[in-house]
Design a protein around this ligand. Structure first.
Ligand code: BGC
Length: 459
């Protein structure tokens, strides 16, 4: 089996995460008309997915440790397919909300499990790039959803098509995953040594038999460490997990309260307010923003191991602050002049995509000591989806009360706080082995010394 096929199929999880969160941006305009939604109810329709995702992220870690990666991903693929068809066929508002809740559970589990499965099947030396590829797929999924939204804007039953088409990648994920092997790491954890060897034999080229043997040996070491692994309570009480937890939860929350998803989910709504004439034109401008998101994420991938995480994070966030201030100014003084607003939104998304977007998901896979990695990722993912939900719930009402200018000003202030947080606490992990990171994270003094040393950005 070709490794690229494994990566392609597993990446459909990221694509679905992106598609099913992004599709609401265009669909919401039509759903609002169909069901006569107030701003609060628009927030509820958008947020149902996020409520489900919080639950999915919370149960994902424990469920997959018990039942394996493959079976849980297949179950989620079924849920993705069913949830898409059920939301497309909704005849009542509660029906739509329930279907989006179920979809959310699939998204929450997939948001953790896709990077987890990818990191477990990847050869060690390519793990970083392959984990970041997941974020490229998330952004590609968002872009696809925008294009679908645009294509179906003038078709009868538009929003039903938009939501329903998510069933296709869902089905592809299920069929593809049924053909893929279980994660060798999970099998090793179950003591199924023969299957580990068989799976690695399938995944690696026959020429690298010696390497496969070394990999199996390393896997044994990993598994021994995992066996000592750690309850949720230990995660919150252990000294070695404290710093990673603060950084993981901090980045999770900051990734969302900088307002990224108000743009990803509501861009057409914002653009209509900025004077774009029709739903279709606003959605097309949004698709342009989606292209920028994918392109900047690919650039981040290429820069990640050269420039390092800290400069991408800090530089990106400073760019975001500048764009948010420009947006606030544009809405305050010239009523959100159309093209300028679209341009500022696009640069803002690019600044997110080179830093906070990929680096958050990468860092939570890097900073937790091995014994805490699964639980730690779960907690950080719950914090991320929870913050995402909180922002989505208040955003439209906030726009009403504080106006667009006030809202963007608030996001600018929160992003400035994120810069300070990153500057003070987030270490450079570029070029370090996970063991080195783990040691540094355990020693608060060494970490700040490391930060000081890497403030010059060469790791
Ligand atoms: C975030 C999502 C966001 C996406 C945008 C991801 O890293 O977790 O909330 O929608 O990036 O590209």
């Amino acid at each position: 089996m070709r490794f690229s096929f494994v990566v392609a199929v597993a990446s459909l999880g990221g694509l679905l995460f992106g598609y099913d969160t992004g599709v609401i941006s265009g669909a919401l305009l039509f759903i609002s008309d169909a069901f006569q939604l107030s701003p609060t109810l628009q927030g509820v329709v958008t947020s149902a997915v996020l409520v489900g995702a919080v639950a999915g992220a919370a149960i994902g870690g424990a469920t997959t440790d018990r039942y394996g990666r493959r079976r849980v991903i297949i179950a989620m693929a079924i849920l993705f397919t069913f949830g898409s068809l059920a939301s497309a066929g909704a005849t009542a508002l509660w029906h739509l909300i329930a279907a989006r809740l179920l979809l959310g559970v699939a998204i929450g589990v997939a948001s953790m499990l896709t990077p987890l499965y990818l990191s477990e099947v990847a050869p060690a030396e390519r793990r970083g790039g392959i984990v970041s590829l997941n974020q490229v797929c998330v952004t590609a999924g968002i872009l696809t959803s925008y294009l679908v939204d645009f294509a179906f804007a003038d078709v009868a039953g538009s929003w039903r098509w938009m939501l329903g088409l998510g069933a296709i990648p869902g089905l592809a994920l299920g069929i593809g995953m049924a053909l893929l092997p279980e994660s060798p790491r999970w099998l090793a954890g179950q003591g199924r040594a023969d299957e580990v060897r068989a799976v690695l034999g399938q995944l690696r080229s026959p020429a690298s038999q010696g390497e496969t043997d070394r990999e199996i040996e390393a896997l044994r070491g990993d598994i021994r460490a995992e066996r000592q692994s750690a309850s949720l309570q230990a995660l919150f009480t252990s000294a070695s997990a404290r710093k990673p937890l603060v950084i993981g939860i901090g980045l999770a929350v900051f990734q969302q309260v900088t307002g990224i998803n108000t743009v990803i989910y509501y861009a057409p709504t914002i653009l209509r307010q900025a004077g774009f004439a029709s739903n279709a034109v606003a959605i097309l401008a949004t698709a342009g923003i989606g292209v920028v998101n994918v392109a900047a994420t690919v650039a981040a991938l290429l820069l990640m191991d050269r420039a390092g995480r800290r400069p991408l994070l800090i530089g990106g966030m400073i760019g975001m602050v500048a764009c948010l201030l420009a947006l606030a100014g544009s809405f305050a003084f010239v009523g959100g002049a159309g093209i300028a607003t679209a341009a500022a939104l696009a640069v803002y998304v690019a600044a997110f995509a080179v830093g906070l977007g990929p680096v958050f998901w990468l860092m939570i896979a890097e900073i937790f000591p091995l014994a805490f990695r699964g639980r730690g990722m779960s907690v950080a993912s719950v914090a991320n989806w929870g913050a995402n939900l909180a922002v989505a719930l208040v955003f439209l009402d906030l726009m009403r009360v504080a106006g667009a200018a006030g809202t963007f000003l608030l996001f600018a202030a929160l992003t400035a706080a994120a810069v300070a947080f990153t500057w003070a606490l987030v270490p450079e992990t570029k070029g370090r082995s996970l063991e080195e990171i783990e040691r540094a994270m355990g020693e608060p003094v060494a970490i700040s010394a490391a930060n000081a040393a890497t403030a010059g950005y060469d790791g």
